[in-house]
Design a protein around this ligand. Structure first.
Ligand code: PNS
Length: 178
């Protein structure tokens, strides 16, 4: 069994791509949302849990949980043998390597497994999604429809500048193709 820990604020198409890949190689995958008292999130932990549950309801071996404290302690508690993390680009590697090695130091029997999301999601991050949505830009190509709706409920509909109209048209086209 593996855990996929993260902030998921909000979950993106990149996260879902990784969950799909992880669910194919692990018998059970637990998406574990960190309760981080130091960060003021956009979506509450409960909102994120509900959203990921809705988005992953089609996977029989995926469930969603929340945790506080160290990832290795949570992994030990739920008897996970692996931690799944996504690496999008070289820029992710240094931080992820440091975290994986630190987690190994803390809990040597816990293995970190890195997977690459589909390359067309390699530039997608929750931070940029939050920023674009807050400024009225289109995020339809970056997050599932459900998350787009929830972002719209927080920030209002995207403004129709030429750039945003063109991008949302491209996003819609890609969504209907895949
Ligand atoms: O989605 P994120 O924000 O990149 O996820 C980071 C996360 C939650 C995996 C990382 O911050 C974490 O594991 N936090 C829990 C506290 C912990 O274990 N810290 C030591 C990591 S070496």
């Amino acid at each position: 069994m593996a855990i996929y820990p993260g902030s998921f604020d909000p979950p993106t198409k990149g996260h879902l791509d990784l969950i799909a890949r992880g669910s194919r190689i692990f018998d059970e995958l637990v998406v574990a949302i960190l309760r981080n008292p130091e960060k003021a999130p956009l979506f509450s932990v409960e909102e994120r849990k509900e959203m990921i549950e809705l988005l992953t309801s089609g996977y029989k071996n995926v469930r969603v949980d929340t945790f506080e404290g160290l990832t290795v302690d949570y992994a030990t508690r739920v008897r996970a043998t692996a931690v799944l993390r996504g690496i999008r680009a070289i820029s992710d590697y240094e931080y992820e390597l440091q975290m994986a090695l630190m987690n190994r130091k803390l809990q040597p029997s816990l293995e970190t497994v890195f997977m690459m999301p589909a390359e067309h999601y390699s530039y997608v991050s929750s931070r940029l999604v939050r920023e674009i949505a807050a400024m009225g830009g289109p995020v339809g190509a970056l997050v599932p429809g459900l998350i787009e709706q929830r972002l719209r409920a927080k920030f209002g509909a995207p403004k129709k500048s030429k750039a945003t109209a063109a991008a949302s048209k491209r996003g819609r086209k890609r969504n209907t193709q895949s």
